[in-house]
Structures are given as structure tokens and as C-alpha cells.
Design a protein around this ligand. Structure first.
Ligand code: PMP
Ligand code: GLU
Length: 397
């Protein structure tokens, strides 16, 4: 009998990956689809990182690594945290995994008991509530709309905390909104948390380097916070290494040990060759990171300018990451050519069918009035995608 677990049945598929798959299928049929769905840099991995991986193969880095990763990689990460974030960690406080995705999931699985609440500010990255459910926890969604730049306030956080709250997942710069919490805003959230010592912060800083407003700020920097913060980061976005699958946590040792125990039974250490590549990423020149950040900023300016020319679209100015998250509810209830757009998922479908532009509906990010476009693509694709969208949206009556 084809019976699946309740755990699996309660899970939604990843909307970002599903939309990207759909757009790849249409492309394979010869349709000229512009894919703004999945969030990954369009750049290739920098040469010196690829060279390090080739060398690792030749030097027979082909066996199981320690579960949390090679000491050399964890030391390189500890140095990165000191150099870039001013935070002191030992290698024993770092655990590497198969991407930051696994790092977030490991953390939730080791911290959350059935019924524990995890605060997830919305709009959120699609996988957070699903991972909380996988850990049998209860996602508590705290919504922040475009009028507050998609950022929760200290009062909202305070109101959401209960004796059952186990963790808060904070993503800055944010996927899907591109919003960045300032140092003062983070400090204000930390002040609220100081009154609730049972709450662990899972600080997803994967977009750290794609920040257009200055230096990255981590909530771990405030007094008392490092002892209760799990920093999540990795090489996927900063170094254009999404396929290599290396992420990490930097956290108190009791949490790191627990993640290592889980990972030891579950997936073992991440890919040995990728670890050597990631080590080169953290220890080598940081010039490619700056060059990619600059390119993303130029594209951000371009897409904001063009999207603001579409009547009915409400566009904020993202300060980081590589997503635009406009409010599009003005189009809901309108129709064209027999297609009625009821909600954001319909809108994404309409844009895919009529404009051959792949976006992701906001509902999967907890913001059903928005859609997400990734601008991690060439300028010419951005210009053409917005041109097509403008035309298709103008047809909606
Ligand atoms: N967190 C956020 C907010 C993301 O957007 C992503 C990208 N998918 C990840 C974590 C996971 O990154 P990866 O597993 O590729 O390291
Ligand atoms: N972070 C990317 C996105 O949100 C990658 C896809 C995923 O892992 O969900 O599109």
C-alpha cells in the first residue's frame, strides 16, 4: 500500500524549486522563458576556487571527512567570522553541512520538541515553516507588510513570544524581500529577546555579502546574544557555489555537538572536494565577492526603475539579496483572454504562460499579495522580462 508518513504529507513542496523546474521544462520544449524564479547567482564559481577543488581531487580528498567538516575549513570559517563579523568562535563551535538549507534544518531538528513554537517573520523563505513542521514544531508567523519594509518591530516580536517559544528565525538580508535589518533594529530585537532567555535565534546570514547599505550586521554581536544565536551561512550565494553544497552553523558548542550527532546518523560530513573549495573561498581573494555584489546592485537599480514603470505594481527598494518582492494585489480579480488572476500563484502562472517569465507567487513566502522575482540574471534578461510583464499585465482588465 502506498502509504506515506503524516510527516511527509504535511509538507508542501518547495515552490521556488518547483517553479524553476517548470520553467526548465518549458525551455526544453523550445519556449523562450526568462527564469526569474530560482534564487541563485548566474555567475560561475571563481577560478581559484575551482582550482582548489581540482587539486583536492588530485590529492585524493576522496574519503569521509569528519562529520562537522575538516578542521582546516572550520578554522577558515572561524577566521572569516573574526575578520568580517568581529565574532570569536573556535572550530569546535562550527559545523558544516550540505548547504545552509541542511544547517537550518539540523538546528531545528536538534532544538525543537513537538509543540514547541518557532517564530517565523513573514515574508519568509519558503523552507522555514516546512522545516519547523518537519521538526514537529509550530511555526508562529509574524507578518510585516511592504509599508513597514517587510521588517518586524520589537513590539510584534514581544507579542509573539510565549512560554512555548523555542526559536526565532531571522533572515537578513532577507529572501524574499531583500530587506536588511539595521544595527539599531537588530539591537531593539535583541533587547526584547534578553527578557526571554529560552528563545534561541537562528540567524540566517546567507546573503551577508549581497548588501547594498554597508557592512553586514549580525544579531550575535550584542551582549548575551552569541550564547543563544545560531549563525547560518555558507558559500552558495557569496561565492556563486550553489551546486557545491557547503553551509555551516556557528553556534554554542552544545548545539553544534547535537547537530554533529544528528548529521553523523543522517548524512555524514559534506562532500570532501567541496569542502576544499569552500576553504579556498574563505581564505583566498575576496575580489570576486565584491565584483558580484556590485553587479547585483546595478541590476537592483535597473529592476526597481523598470518595475516602477508598471502601473499597479508597488515596489520597495531592496537593500540586499537579489530579489524584488513587489505588491501585486491590484491585479487580483482581473482577467485576460479567458484567464482570471485570483491570487499571486495565478499571477505567476499567467506571467509564465502569457509573458514567458517565471516568477514565484508570494503565498509560499507568507505574503499572498506579492510576487518574487530574482534579478540574479543578466541585464538584458531583466529588461526583456519587465517589458514582457508590463505588456501582459496591461492586458488584464
Ligand atoms: N537560506 C536562505 C534564506 C536561502 O535563500 C537559501 C538559498 N536556497 C538557503 C538558506 C540555502 O542555501 P544553500 O543550501 O544553497 O547553502
Ligand atoms: N534560495 C533559493 C530560492 O529561494 C534557492 C532555492 C531553494 O533552495 O529554495 O530560490
Amino acid at each position: 500500500m502506498n502509504r506515506l508518513s503524516d510527516r511527509l504529507n504535511s509538507l508542501s513542496p518547495s515552490a521556488t524549486l518547483a517553479m524553476s523546474q517548470k520553467s526548465a521544462e518549458l525551455k526544453a520544449q523550445g519556449i523562450d522563458v526568462i527564469n526569474l524564479s530560482v534564487g541563485e547567482p548566474d555567475f560561475n564559481t571563481p577560478e581559484h576556487i575551482k582550482e582548489a577543488a581540482k587539486k583536492a581531487i588530485d590529492e585524493n580528498y576522496s574519503r569521509y571527512s569528519p562529520v562537522p567538516g575538516y578542521p582546516a575549513l572550520r578554522n577558515a570559517i572561524a577566521e572569516k567570522l573574526k575578520r568580517e563579523n568581529g565574532l570569536t568562535y573556535t572550530a569546535a563551535q562550527i559545523s558544516c553541512a550540505n548547504g545552509a538549507k541542511q544547517s537550518v534544518c539540523n538546528t531545528l531538528l536538534v532544538l525543537v520538541n513537538p509543540g514547541d513554537e518557532v517564530i517565523v517573520p513573514a515574508p519568509y523563505w519558503v523552507s522555514y515553516p516546512e522545516m519547523v513542521k518537519l521538526a514537529e514544531g509550530v511555526p508562529v508567523i509574524v507578518y510585516a507588510g511592504i509599508e513597514q519594509d517587510f521588517k518586524i518591530t520589537p513590539a510584534q516580536l514581544e507579542a509573539a513570544i510565549t512560554p512555548q517559544t523555542r526559536a526565532l528565525i531571522l533572515c537578513s538580508p532577507s529572501n524574499p524581500t531583500g530587506s536588511v535589518y539595521s544595527r539599531d533594529e537588530l539591537k531593539a530585537l535583541a533587547d526584547v529577546l534578553s527578557k526571554h532567555p529560552q528563545v534561541i535565534v537562528i540567524a540566517d546570514e546567507i546573503y551577508e555579502h549581497i548588501n547594498y547599505i554597508g557592512s553586514h550586521q549580525s544579531i550575535a554581536q550584542f551582549p548575551g546574544m552569541q550564547e543563544r544565536t545560531v549563525i547560518v551561512n555558507g558559500v552558495s550565494k557569496a561565492y556563486a557555489m550553489t551546486g557545491w553544497r557547503i553551509g555551516f552553523i556557528a553556534a554554542p558548542e552544545w548545539i553544534v555537538k547535537a547537530c554533529n550527532k544528528l548529521q553523523g546518523q543522517y548524512t555524514s560530513g559534506p562532500c570532501s572536494v567541496s569542502q576544499k573549495a569552500a576553504e579556498a573561498a574563505y581564505t583566498g581573494t575576496q575580489e570576486p565577492v565584491a565584483a558580484m555584489r556590485q553587479a547585483f546592485e546595478r541590476r537592483r537599480d535597473l529592476i526597481v526603475k523598470l518595475a516602477r514603470e508598471i502601473p499597479g505594481m508597488e515596489v520597495n527598494v531592496p537593500q540586499g539579496a537579489f530579489y524584488l518582492f513587489p505588491k501585486c494585489s491590484a491585479f487580483f480579480g482581473k482577467s485576460a483572454g479567458g484567464f482570471t488572476v485570483k491570487d499571486s500563484d495565478d499571477l505567476a502562472l499567467y506571467l509564465l504562460e502569457k509573458a514567458h517569465v517565471a516568477c514565484v507567487g508570494g503565498a509560499s513566502f507568507g505574503a499572498p499579495e506579492c510576487i518574487r522575482m530574482s534579478y540574479a540574471t543578466g541585464d538584458e534578461h531583466i529588461v526583456e522580462a519587465i517589458r514582457r510583464m508590463k505588456e501582459a499585465l496591461a492586458a488584464l482588465q
